[in-house]
Design a protein around this ligand. Structure first.
Ligand SMILES: [Zn+2]
Length: 437
């Protein structure tokens, strides 16, 4: 059989099998949403082996995987923070292996009273949506990935490569060492992987590099009644005061200019123009400087979230930003003598798989065959575990049901129609990629 197409008869059989499994998909999706699995690493969460629900979600998936006849392996990298790898071994040689990967942890739901019925973990299905924290990101799409495997088995397909289902912990707070990377280190490797994050059924080979840095601007403290002596040209040789807040604003303005410049200098074929950005997210005066507006602050901090193209050298990109800040400081006598401090403190490297890689084209064709419409091939704006699979040498693409706009939000939800569509596409993609004996 062709290496990346399946016969029309099998396409129809797999679609029918997924339709028959719709009740099982909704039951599994609802069950896993009803088990709270907030990442215990979020600020304000307390971690104990008993309080974290990640392992419980993993065990629920493992129960279904065992019932379906897969070889399951559940283990904990930290107490309560579990992973599942469930393997369907190849029935015949000569094909390629595939991983279907998703995370079971979620962000905190916030004020529960703001959710439908006051319950963030309802798992309710209403009006074509599955509701609850993690329904979209990404326990729902992960349930759909499992149903794809069920459909293949139900249709009697025999694959020529191993198919591995992974439910992992530790994605939301960038703890791949506990989840996806740990899974690879335990020996679960394949010729390709599909990470089923909610891409709205778009085929996503790329994501930006996400970095954060802290800029601290320095001033000189004095009483604000002396403001007239430093905001107008003054005879004072040494300024009596320098407002660090306004020096920080100076840098915010300069970095907005750099961001504009990026609009026409930083491109990637899968990203919209202007998607590489320099976002001033937080600004504050540290309490050790002053807590009083009547005092001229001598320190002001701005925290930035920044998006680089995934195909650029991060050290070169970081240096460009730092040089721009320090060059801007040369324009101001005070800043020249008192340059700001720049500290990088977060880095989620981008994902950048060739859009012509066979797993991308196979997945796009499967989407087209299953859903009878072309697959958009795009970039994903958020960090995913595809980065960490790629780092381990496993070609990884992202594809799943759900709109990112509904993730990390009150009344999080995922479209049932999209979950069904995802399962159909993934069943076909697995058959095409692994090969059918
Ligand atoms: Zn996610």
């Amino acid at each position: 059989m062709g290496d990346d197409s399946v016969p029309a008869t099998l396409t129809a059989e797999l679609s029918a099998a997924v339709e028959e499994l719709r009740p099982e998909l909704l039951r599994l999706g609802a069950d896993v949403v009803r088990i709270p699995s907030v990442s215990p690493t979020f600020v304000g969460e307390t971690y104990t082996a008993a309080s974290t629900g990640e392992l419980k979600v993993v065990q629920r998936f493992a129960q279904s995987a065992e019932a379906a006849g897969l070889k399951t392996d559940v283990w904990e990298e930290m107490p309560g923070r579990g992973n599942l790898a469930a393997v369907w071994p190849a029935a015949a040689p000569g094909g390629r292996s595939l991983i279907l990967n998703g995370h079971v942890d979620t962000v905190p739901p916030g004020d529960t009273r703001r959710w439908r019925g006051g319950n963030p973990f309802s798992g309710d299905v209403a009006d074509g949506w599955l509701y609850g924290s993690g329904a979209c990101d990404m326990k729902g799409p992960l349930a759909a990935a499992f149903i794809a495997i069920r459909a293949l088995r139900k249709a009697g397909v025999r694959l020529k490569g191993d198919l591995i289902f992974e439910a992992v912990t530790g994605e939301e707070m960038q703890e791949a060492h506990l989840g996806t990377t740990a899974t690879v280190r335990r020996g679960y490797r394949a010729d390709a992987a599909i990470v089923v994050e909610p891409t709205n059924l778009e085929v996503v080979p790329a994501g930006p590099s996400l970095l954060r840095f802290r800029l601290t601007a320095f001033g000189k403290a004095c009483h604000s009644t002396a403001r007239h002596r430093f905001v107008h040209p003054s005879a004072d040789e040494e300024p009596i005061g320098v407002n660090a807040v306004e020096k920080a604003v100076f840098f915010i303005n300069r970095l907005q200019e750099l961001e504009q410049h990026w609009g026409h200098t930083k491109h990637h074929p899968l990203f919209a123009p202007g998607q590489f950005s320099i976002h001033p997210g937080l600004i504050w005066v540290p309490p050790e400087s002053t807590t009083m507006p009547a005092i001229v602050a001598d320190q002001c901090v701005v925290d930035y979230a920044i998006r680089f193209p995934p195909d650029r050298d991060l050290e070169v990109e970081k240096k460009e930003v730092e040089d721009y800040i320090l060059t801007a400081a040369q324009l101001d006598p005070w800043l020249k003598a008192h340059p700001p401090k720049v500290e990088w403190y977060f880095c989620w490297p981008g994902a950048n798989l060739d859009p012509e890689h066979p797993i991308v084209t196979t997945l796009a064709r499967a989407h087209e065959a299953a859903l009878d419409r072309p697959a958009p091939v795009t970039a994903f704006p958020a960090g995913t575990d595809a980065t960490y699979l790629l780092k381990e040498g496993i070609p990884a693409v992202v594809y799943g049901a759900g709109d990112l706009a509904h993730a990390h939000a009150v009344d999080e939800k995922v479209s049932v129609a999209q979950l069904v569509a995802e399962a159909k596409t993934l069943a076909l993609a697995a058959a095409a990629w692994c090969g059918v004996a």
